[in-house]
Design a protein around this ligand. Structure first.
Ligand SMILES: *Cc1c(COP(=O)(O)O)cnc(C)c1O
Length: 390
């Protein structure tokens, strides 16, 4: 983290709440489907849009609203929407902004289920997607004229390649294209795409915003007109709302977000550095090791990958690990390992098999909140166990 960012950005609001009823230090969980009115006139005012009193928990809920307020402050956005999952945030944002005949420009190596949404669902409704190399700003610029959406993810999944978000946001604006970026990897602590001109930021709140691997949730934050459009035209009817219980868990997770991000930043860089010097590792994919000249990142998440040397037996390596558990997802307290070949060969499971264009020799690591020295003491013998012995 640069001094500039820590000096300018105070995250005290994540810890400090306004006073709640009875002096409670956490907001109440409004476990209710509907909210009643004291009079005909009061209800009528709500229906006429003259009051913002909660009506029905598919539409609005005060616990969820408390979360949305914090997400707006975190990302510097006008308005926000919360969803039952990150992919619900993505599908609502995309489906809410396109119509038949539209074209989307999307970066290569986006989150695999985003790829499936665009290729399998959007295509069925006559919305096409051009996948482009996000590191090649000129290639993205060439694809923009006539497009409806520019869908970015910086850094990308598996290869962790950054895009020049500021330049791409300006180019999108020039061509009248709405820009979206999946900011789950960096979290708003380390990257602020809206300040760079991006229209909407998307989060899998399942990851860092929650931080404890006990919630599946998503959010979209950004321009008021776009969020209002999504509310009025789409989100209420697709119905993928966030529950008050999960909003409360997210508010709890947010209290420690900046502490957790500092920790994974440090541990991630330490381990990525050690791994890049290891004889069983061909290359480490971590944005801190190959800094992008136009990077907006003021720090790094704990998720990165490495390409194993041919000699490393990946199943043996995974089985020899103790702290790094085999598992999907990331962003919680616990360290995880995920081999790319399993993710690539998903035919037969719930997911459609798609070619992400990444090497089957990639291994993704998520560095959690354990001590970095303990994690290295876990990795080193696993490499030893999985390498050929003379
Ligand atoms: C996990 C993930 C998602 C999807 O979020 P869910 O909460 O699992 O629906 C989207 N984008 C990225 C980068 C992710 O890692």
């Amino acid at each position: 983290m640069s001094d500039k960012d820590t000096a300018e950005t105070s995250h005290t609001f994540l810890v400090h709440d306004e006073q709640h009823a009875e002096g409670a230090v956490s907001p109440p969980i409004y476990q209710t489907s509907l909210f009643t009115f004291n009079s005909y006139e009061e209800m009528e005012a709500r229906f006429k849009g003259q009051s913002d009193r909660a009506l029905y928990s598919r539409i609005d809920n005060p616990t969820v609203s408390a979360l949305l307020q914090k997400l707006c402050l975190l990302e510097g956005g006008d308005k926000a929407l919360a969803f039952a999952s990150g992919i619900a945030a993505i599908s609502n944002a995309v489906l809410g902004l396109v119509r038949t005949g539209d074209r989307i420009v999307c970066v290569n190596h986006c989150y695999p289920d985003t790829y499936r949404l665009l290729r399998l669902v959007c295509a069925r409704f006559g919305v096409t997607t051009d996948f482009v190399d996000g590191t090649d700003t000129a290639a993205v610029a060439n694809a923009l004229p006539g497009a409806r959406l520019l869908y970015l993810e910086s850094p990308t999944s598996w290869l962790f390649q950054e895009q020049d978000l500021q330049t791409l946001a300006q180019l999108a604006q020039t061509h009248g294209v709405i820009s979206l970026v999946d900011n789950s990897w960096a979290s708003p602590i380390f990257q602020q795409p809206l300040a760079a001109g991006i229209d909407l930021v998307i989060h899998s709140a399942t990851k860092y915003l929650s931080g404890h691997s006990d919630v599946v949730a998503g959010a979209v934050v950004g321009r008021a007109d776009l969020i209002d459009h999504l509310s009025a035209e789409t989100t209420a009817y697709l119905g993928a709302k966030l529950s008050a219980q999960e909003a409360s868990l997210l508010l709890r997770g947010l209290r420690t977000l900046s502490l957790r991000m500092e920790r994974v930043h440090q541990s991630g860089l330490t381990l990525a550095g050690k791994l890049s010097a290891h004889p069983s590792v061909k290359r480490v994919y971590h944005p801190g090791l190959q800094p992008h000249p136009q990077s907006l990142l003021s720090g790094y998440g704990g998720l990165f990958s490495f390409e194993a040397e041919d000699s490393l037996d990946i199943p043996t390596f995974c089985n020899a690990l103790n702290f790094f558990k085999l598992g999907v997802s990331w962003g919680g307290h616990e360290s995880l390992v995920m081999p790319a070949e399993m993710s690539i060969n998903q035919a037969g499971s719930h997911s459609a098999a798609v070619d992400f264009g990444v090497s089957a020799r990639l291994v993704r690591l998520y560095v959690g909140l354990e001590e970095a020295s303990d994690l290295w003491n876990d990795l080193e013998p696993a490499f030893e166990a999985a390498s050929p012995h003379e």
